[in-house]
Write a protein that binds this ligand. Structure first.
Ligand SMILES: Cc1cc2nc3c(=O)[nH]c(=O)nc-3n(C[C@H](O)[C@H](O)[C@H](O)COP(=O)(O)OP(=O)(O)OC[C@H]3O[C@@H](n4cnc5c(N)ncnc54)[C@H](O)[C@@H]3O)c2cc1C
Length: 445
């Protein structure tokens, strides 16, 4: 039996489904997929992160007697060329639309065995008492009590008797050959997943209280490593459970929001580009407003700082994601799909299901959505979670000497004549009322 082990978003050797289920002779491969990469810009930060992670995986696989063949091309063509020497392909399940189609086509060429590896639960297995998928987080989460309340979840044990198939695919494509430039990444991404987890372990007791204070470094910062499988969700679950703190349970709940959104997209694939709750909303089509939001030029300090920081680093704190998403969809009344698409190009941890689910949640169109009359007032949010303006001032340098109180008042910064800061593009109170009116109309239509 000769098997291709196709690493995709499982770039690790522990708790890895394919290394556990493989038998005998194997060829581990990674494909830089031309169809995906051709849509990305030359300065995409994720490609730098994945590239470095794939090279590291190759080194790690060598330490266990294996190796990694690295390709650049279309997966269908590459597997077509390899298939004559192999019996089957092993890989983890990818749930997104493109991957489902890609895998279906490849399955016509060679048998494929797929394993749930990037998520804890199989979305197909947890239905409600009517045999229907859950649509709301809390009952979904409660139904998983046996898992979420357990002390640990079994992980995949690596088959240590695998034999390497020697290959002559020794040329590793460079970033430049794939039309990318190496990008500077946020410092925390230089650390490996287990260092990040250990650091989180030292501060987890304050996670529940401090998580929303976006100037503090209170969360795990694990989402990027998790996205590309440098750590598995089960490993994170087991580590956090072993700490046995009050915040552990709170954190596990967050980790299951990721499961929930994957579950929702699996059962309701149309929610990728339709309002989950079916509301027919006539959004504001003003491109200039949208552009100003993207560029951080709205005249609202917290929104602008969050967006500028996203554009520079590829990262945004969870509370800020909620604030900018609410602002875009409620105050500017712009379609969540535009914000979702923008995040999909920028976020280092971009995960289609979490991003779509969270955007729909924020815009009150989703599963378990926030009620439409609930909007985040950006000034109240910044006063509450960054009173001294530490985050905002660290991003918008011209505010560094300004009285912090002005950051939390509508057009407050602009009242200081020495500042050359644009006026707010929208009145928060009036725009909130407009959003409520429009939602009411859509509901009653
Ligand atoms: C509009 C919007 C878009 C988002 N898009 C993404 C995305 O593309 N990819 C992504 O991984 N997360 C997304 N999130 C969720 C969340 O913001 C990030 O997971 C979190 O900020 C990552 O930082 P962390 O690892 O330090 O989080 P922690 O607070 O340490 O949480 C640990 C892990 O739990 C999961 N998690 C936490 N909160 C959520 C949540 N609300 N929804 C889903 N999973 C969650 C993540 O996997 C995260 O890494 C989005 C949230 C919003 C409001």
């Amino acid at each position: 039996m000769k098997q291709i082990l196709w690493f995709r978003r499982d770039l690790r050797i522990d708790d890895n489904a394919i290394l556990s289920n493989a038998k005998n002779e194997v060829l581990p491969i990674f494909i830089f997929d031309k169809s995906i990469l051709s849509k990305l810009s030359v300065d995409d930060k994720r490609v730098s992160f994945i590239y470095n992670s794939v090279l590291k995986l190759k080194v790690i696989l060598k330490t266990i007697g294996l190796d990694l063949a690295i390709f650049y091309g279309k997966p269908f063509e590459i597997i077509k060329n390899l298939k004559k020497d192999f019996d089957e392909v092993l890989c983890s399940v990818d749930f997104d639309e493109y991957s489902i189609k890609r895998d279906k086509e490849i399955e016509e060429l060679i048998p494929m065995k797929r394993y749930i590896d990037s998520f804890i639960i199989n979305p197909n297995e947890h239905l409600n008492s009517n045999n229907r998928p859950y649509r709301v987080f809390t009952p979904f989460y409660k139904s998983l009590n046996v898992i979420t309340q357990s002390k640990r979840i079994d992980t995949f044990k690596r088959n240590k008797n695998l034999k390497k198939i020697t290959f002559d695919y020794n040329v590793i494509p460079t970033l430049m050959q794939m039309n990318f430039k190496e990008q500077k990444l946020p410092i925390f991404l230089k650390k490996n997943a287990f260092t990040l987890l250990e650091e989180f372990g030292n501060k987890i007791t304050s996670y529940k209280e401090d998580r929303d204070y976006f100037y503090k470094d209170a969360s795990s910062n694990i989402s990027v490593h998790l996205r590309f499988g440098l750590v598995s969700p089960k490993q994170i679950f087991n580590y956090v459970k072993s700490l046995n703190t009050k915040s552990s349970e709170f954190f596990i709940r967050e980790l299951f929001w990721r499961e929930f959104y994957n579950y929702i997209l699996f059962h309701f694939p149309k929610s990728q580009n339709q309002n989950f709750n079916g509301l027919n909303i006539k959004w504001n089509e003003n491109d200039l407003d949208f552009e100003k939001w993207c560029n951080g030029e709205t005249g609202i300090p917290i929104i602008d700082a969050a967006m500028i920081n996203l554009n520079n680093t590829g990262f945004m704190h969870n509370r800020l994601r909620m604030v900018v998403a609410s602002f875009l969809t409620k105050n500017l009344f712009i379609d969540w799909k535009k914000g979702e698409f923008y995040f999909s190009k920028k976020l280092l941890d971009y995960e289609a299901s979490s991003n779509i689910g969270s955007w729909q949640w924020s815009s009150s169109t989703g599963a378990d959505a926030t009620p439409y009359f609930r909007t985040f007032n950006p000034y109240i949010q910044s006063r509450k979670f960054d009173k001294e303006g530490y985050f905002i001032k660290s991003i918008i340098k011209e505010f560094s000497n300004i009285d912090s109180r002005l950051l939390h008042i509508e057009n407050g910064v602009q009242s200081n004549l020495f500042n050359n800061y644009t006026n707010s593009i929208v009145d928060i109170k009036i725009s909130r009322q407009r959003a409520i009116k429009k939602f009411k109309e859509a509901k009653n239509a």
